[in-house]
Design a protein around this ligand. Structure first.
Ligand code: AN7
Length: 354
């Protein structure tokens, strides 16, 4: 059967308007085994897999939420949509708004959005506004302007975003035949962890699975309000996607942690970069830095509580594609070796001469 997007696939389980979906055929992403990474992290007997959400149409998991939010916006007669974004929401909103013939306005924190995301938002025809402030400032502004009723908010405060994003939990259960023991993912504005937990609970409640995972939410140490227990006014991290100090769904994230007997922890930028490099170099899976936070958090949690992880089935959510943030690689690597266009120079360079 051909794939027609997440709304068509899971319509009876989703609270979204019953019109023809605005879709780019998002979802149905692969669950990739990571046996080499499991060995490198000394995860004994662990079945480790990655749900590679970077393979969605605009390169991130946001497309699942956006097909639902934009479909609902059309059903509700909206003419324009707005969001604040660290980049991925902006690109996704812009693409789905284009298909729905809606005007799209995106607010981004000036200088803090990765190149591939900014380029996407522009390419899809959104009006891009850089604000002299953080994502949190932008979110406050779009909440205020959408309260006037003149423009529809498509950040994950919008309940249809969560409805769409919970379908990834369904896909994981469908692929495995049960829920995993652990689900590890990065946490920024906390919409995604809220969505996954809702999805797992719903699948359990209707008898599709008999278990639910423990949730491991991971924040960057410089932007870790849910770990610190208070808002962060000047969030910082190399993982710009999760550079968020006042998560809109923070309370729900903490509930997901408590109800699932999980954890929310912080990892340093160095720990994120180590996990990010391992994913690419050991498993051939290149993600944007924020997306490696779940793996970095798993590594840390398994070092602290090995017995909780030994022999378990663990899924890490890789939220965005590596191509979103090429500078994260280029700026950390030496330039390629340059040689004349001659065979002996090539032999010298790769060490097979003489
Ligand atoms: C790659 O695009 O908030 O905890 O404005 O882009 O649901 O916020 C992005 C968040 C993880 C965190 N990984 O998800 C935005 C934005 C990537 C992301 C997150 C984001 P939430």
């Amino acid at each position: 059967m051909s794939w027609s997007g997440i709304i068509a696939a899971y319509r009876p389980l989703l609270d979204v308007a019953a019109i023809e979906p605005i879709t780019l055929l998002e979802g149905n992403t692969p669950l990739i085994p990571l046996p080499r990474l499991a060995r490198a992290l000394n995860l004994e007997g662990v079945d480790l897999r990655a749900k590679y959400e970077g393979l969605n149409p605009t390169g991130s998991f946001k497309d699942r939420g956006m097909t639902a939010a934009i479909t609902q916006a059309v059903a509700d007669g909206a003419k324009s949509v707005i969001c604040a974004s660290t980049g991925n929401t902006a690109a996704s909103a812009a693409a789905y708004a284009a298909r729905a013939e809606l005007k799209c306005v995106v607010l981004i924190p000036q200088g803090k959005v990765a190149a591939g995301k900014l380029a996407g938002a522009i390419a899809y025809g959104a009006q891009v506004i850089a604000i002299q402030g953080s994502f949190d400032d932008g979110l406050r502004m779009v909440r205020e302007i959408s309260a006037t009723g003149k423009i529809m908010l498509v950040n994950s405060i919008n309940p249809y975003r969560i409805e769409g994003q919970k379908t990834s939990a369904f896909e994981i259960c469908d692929a495995l035949g049960s829920a995993p023991d652990w689900l590890c993912l990065p946490v920024g504005n906390a919409g995604n962890i809220t969505a996954y937990w809702r999805g797992f609970k719903q699948y359990h409640a209707i008898g599709k699975v008999t278990n639910r995972p423990r949730m491991l939410g991971v924040q960057a140490a410089g932007s870790a309000p849910l770990v610190l227990g208070h808002a962060v006014d000047k969030p910082e991290t190399i993982a710009t996607a999760i550079r968020i100090g006042r998560p809109a769904r923070g309370e729900e994230a903490l509930m997901a942690k408590d109800e699932s007997n999980g954890h929310i922890l912080a990892v340093t930028d160095n720990e994120i970069l180590e996990a990010w490099k391992m994913l690419a170099e050991i498993e051939g899976v290149w993600v944007e830095p924020a997306s490696a936070a779940g793996v970095a958090g798993l590594r840390k949690a398994a070092q602290q509580h090995p017995a909780d992880f030994t022999g378990k089935r663990i899924v890490c959510i890789l939220t965005g594609h590596g191509l979103k943030d090429p500078d994260a690689v280029i700026q950390r690597a030496p330039a390629p070796v340059e040689i004349p266009a001659e065979l002996h120079a090539l032999e010298d360079a790769i060490g097979v001469s003489g």
